[in-house]
Design a protein around this ligand. Structure first.
Ligand SMILES: [Zn+2]
Length: 233
């Protein structure tokens, strides 16, 4: 039985950005993978606030943000946005966020989200891991029992980027000497967990394919969904 507590946090700075964080299925307090995901979303948010362009892969696992070109202005003694001849912002760094499944080669069904900066005219930056233990297959489902929400989605009309990340933090093993199960599975039968749409919860709730709602997950599972508005297009 999964307890569903919906949390809603609204934060609006007029004219700059709009964001909210929705939390599904929080079972207990937040732990490592959750905290990392929280920080990752904050980082993405900060980047999107000043981004002037966005591109996504068709499967929604790769997000590229184009930042305005910035340079030091000696008369102002500060770093400012560079304008082109027609007075528009010029393209600068490209910031990439992307999901890699099973980066450690352990056969995990989950993966990690990385951040990489390619500076304008510079050498490609090294990928930095932002958060791990991310399970896109457990993301909320679309209406009518559709596919799991992609990690990154973009609404080109509303200029809103939606980031959906389901993090799983392993619970300590119930037996003293058993190794902690790192994958989110059913503690009773060991099956991989699935998200099943229900009448009360059309986006789906975490269940076991064998035990149904009687599942005892080996991990705390929290889905974060944030929407960020692009204002600098
Ligand atoms: Zn089961």
């Amino acid at each position: 039985m999964v307890i569903v507590i919906a949390g809603l946090l609204v934060s609006v700075l007029p004219g700059y950005y709009l964001t909210y964080v929705r939390i599904w299925q929080r079972e207990t307090g937040r732990l490592g993978a959750m905290q990392q995901t929280d920080f990752a979303l904050e980082r993405i948010h900060n980047d999107i606030r000043s981004a002037r362009g966005v591109a996504l892969s068709s499967d929604g696992t790769y997000l590229t943000l184009t930042m305005p070109l910035r340079a030091y202005d000696s008369s102002l003694d500060r770093v400012v946005n560079v304008l082109d001849a027609s007075g528009c912002l010029a393209d600068g760094d490209h910031i990439h966020y992307y999901y890699v499944q099973d980066p450690d080669g352990t056969g995990s069904t989950g993966g990690a989200i990385y951040r990489k900066v390619n500076p304008a005219g510079g050498t490609e930056g090294a990928p930095r891991i932002m958060t791990h233990q991310i399970y896109p297959s457990l993301n909320p489902r679309g209406s009518g029992g559709g596919a799991a929400a992609p990690i990154f989605a973009y609404d080109g009309t509303l200029h809103i980027i939606t980031v959906t990340a389901t993090a799983a933090e392993p619970k300590p093993s119930s037996t003293t000497f058993a190794p902690t199960q790192t994958e989110p599975k059913c503690r009773r039968c060991g099956a991989d967990l699935i998200r099943v749409p229900t009448t009360e919860n059309p986006a789906g709730e975490i269940q076991c394919p064998q035990c149904g709602t009687d599942v005892q997950p080996t991990a705390e599972i929290v889905t974060y969904q944030s929407r960020f508005m692009l204002r600098n297009l």
